[in-house]
Design a protein around this ligand. Sequence first.
Ligand code: ADP
Length: 407
Amino acid sequence: MKILVINTGSSSIKYELFDMEQHQVMASGMAEKIGEDTSLLTYRKTLPDGEPLEKVEEAVILDHRKGMNRIVEFLIDPEHGAIRDRDEISAVGHRVVHGGETFRTTTVIDEAVIAAIRENIPLAPLHNPANLIGIEIAGSVFPNALQVAVFDTAFHQTLPMKAFLYAIPFEMYEKEKVRRYGFHGTSHAYVAERAADYMGCPLAELNLITIHLGNGASMAAIRKGKSVDTTMGMTPLAGLVMGTRSGDVDPALPFFLADHLGMSLKDIEALLNKESGLKGICGTNDMRDVIKEMEAGDDRAKIALDIYAYRIKKYIGAYFAVLGRVDVVVFTAGIGENAPYIRKLCCRGLGGFGMEIDPERNTKAGNGIREISFLNSKVKILVIPTNEELRIAQETKAAVEPPFPGA
Ligand code: ADP
C-alpha cells in the first residue's frame, strides 16, 4: 500500500510518499512560496544504488493546485519518479491542525468531515483553511485515493475537564468552544509508542512525560497511553518558551500593551507569536545560534536558555504531580533530539524525583532511540526521534484498512 502524506500550509505543501509494506519513504519534498514571484519545488528520493537524489527547481506556482500538480509530475516522472501512475496511491493522509472537540481520532474524509473541519476554522484561522485547500485539491488530483484527516489535536481529546477547562464563564466553553486543546498530538503519540516498544512494556502500563522541542514546543503528561494534560492551550501560544512564541505570560499582558503603548490586537498577536520566545530575549530563534552565542559569552543568550529550560523543568515537576508515578521522560524534535545542553538544564536537580541524567550518555551522539539516564535512575530519560509523517501514514493506513472480522 502506498500512502501520500500531505501537510498544506498557507503558502506551502510538504509531501512524503510511503510504501507501507516495505516500510520505506519512496519520495519526499515540498512546494514552497506558492503565490510568490518565485516558488521553490523540492523532490527527494533514494536511487536504487542507495545514493540520494535531490532536485530543487525554481518555478512560478500561482496556487496550491498548480503546486500539487507539479508534485505529481515529479512523482510519476518516467526517469526519476517513485511511481508510474498516480492511481498507485491508495490513500492521502492530511495533517489537519485543529479538530476541535469534533474529532477524537483519525477520520476518513467525506463531505460531513469537510464541513466539520470548516466549522473549526475560528479555532485555527491560519491553518484549517490551508488544510482544507489541500484536501480539496488532493481529492481531485487523486480521485481514486481515500482522503484521511489526522488531527494535531485528536490525541489530547482524552484530557479530563479539570485539565482542559479555563476558569472563565462556562458559556465561553459551551457556546464558543473556548478550552485547552493541545497540539503536536501525532508527535507525542508517536514517541510514547516508541518508548513503550523500547521499554518492552505495553503503553497501557506506562506513565510518561513527552517533551517536544522544535520551533514550536509542547509537553504532554501521558497516563497509560492517554494524554491527561498538555502545555499548549486553545492555540499553540500557551505553555513552553518557543523559538518566537512567548508561551505562558500573564493573561493581562495584552491589556497593558494596549492601554500603555497603544498597540492594536494584531500588533500584540504578532508580538507574542513572532517576536517573543528565544528571539524576543536574545534576538535569534534558532537554538543552534543561541547556544553558539551563549558559548561565546553572550549574557542575553545565556538567560534566554535558562528561561527556556526553567519553564520545561517547572512543567516536568507539574506533570510528576499530575501523574503520581512517572516511568519515562522523552525528549524529541529538533532541540530535544540534538541539544544535550538543554536536556541537561531541564533535568538538573531532579534527582529527588528519581530522574537522574547521565552527563556522559547525554552528550554521546547517535541516531535512533537513546537512553540518557543513569542505569539505576528510577525514571528512564530517553531521546526518541519523532516522525510525524510516518505516524500520519500509519494512522491513515489503519483508518482505511479496518480489521475485518475473521481476517
Ligand atoms: P519544526 O518545529 O519546524 O519541525 P524542528 O523539530 O526541526 O522544528 O526543530 C527546529 C529547532 O531545532 C531549531 O531551533 C534548531 O536550531 C534546533 N536544532 C536542530 N539541530 C540542532 C542541534 N544540533 N543543536 C541544537 N539545536 C538544534
